[in-house]
Write a protein that binds this ligand. Sequence first.
Ligand SMILES: [Zn+2]
Length: 407
Amino acid sequence: MTAAVAADEKLMANALSSLVKINSVGPESGGPGESKRGEYLVGLAKKLGFETVDVYESKDPRVPSGKRPNVVVRVKGTTNRKLWVVAHMDTVPVGDPAAWRYPPLGGKIISGRIYGRGAEDNGQELIASLFGLRALLKSGVRPETDIGLVFVADEECGNTHGIDFLIKKRLFKKGDLAVVPDHGERNGDRIAVVEKSIAWVEVEIIGKQTHGSTPDKGINAFEVAAEFMLAALEKVRRKYTMKDPLFEPPTSTFTATKCEPNGPNINTVPGRQTFYFDFRILPEYKIDDIMGVLSKVARQIEESSGAKINLSFVQRADAAPRTPTDSEIVVRLMKAVKAVRGLQVRPVGIGGGTCAAPFRRIGIEAAVWSTVPGLAHDANEYVNIKDMVADAKVYALLFAGKNLSKG
Ligand SMILES: [Zn+2]
């Protein structure tokens, strides 16, 4: 089975190179969307021998084609279970073209690498999952479960026309399994099973401006901000102390980050001050509870200082329930990685959000895994062809499951 993948190395490299050449930036960043890339992938899947290739289109008047495509390649398994692999077709913009060694939409293949925007995020896994499944076709092995490769639109800007659109169409059911290869490690030895909640909180203090020589006539918003910041941080850090060794660091983190300017000169007591908190919170804690603690501290300091303290969210992402470390998809994926690369895989938690969260919310166990250099969104984004081939082998073994020996 892995030999069938290895034989396709050139085909895979050329396919990813071709894919990178197709601009698939979303309309929010002035791009044309994924229509051309979707057409390419449908053509490729058919050429590789896949019979069931469906396109689910979400209407979007902002792109030239008027539609955002979601491509689904299906192969029947020998049981009724379903396993989905979800990778996204859209990319972020190239950024400053001068920062790139090779043209960002060139798909340059050199020294075992493929360069270009979207090569890592998320092109490699689109191709690796497709060729992993093709190895089964070539070897005459039926997958253990029904396999659905889902190439979605609109991941970089909110998922409305991508995974959320497909969830609304009821493509996925509770009890299905999912791999979301949209985050990974250099040697592919970690599977993310849980994400922290994220809360970015804006804190606005309204005091009373006055001359720097007569501070008693005003209310110093900067000093109130400092008092509130330290009091609030101390409260939440003392209260939310749970540790989870899956995460690095293992606790929730609460920290103050950005501070807005409060005026141009030194001899004025500032009447307004705005600053921000960045909170990364273990999924067992509720953002609302933490905001409740903040509000209580704010009310106390309002009373003692006479200032007004306003709290609001700049960003809020509530973590989805975790995928258990001994869940079927995690165990099967660990086995496949071990068989291909001899690596002992470790389940981990991550601080940011992926497409796995919407799955976990509807009761689907989702594992986040891939083998990538970690250059998503950077200039000179590239992937290693050997990683792409190794990941395709992992998919082949994962898909075949217990039917491997019958091939
Ligand atoms: Zn991505």
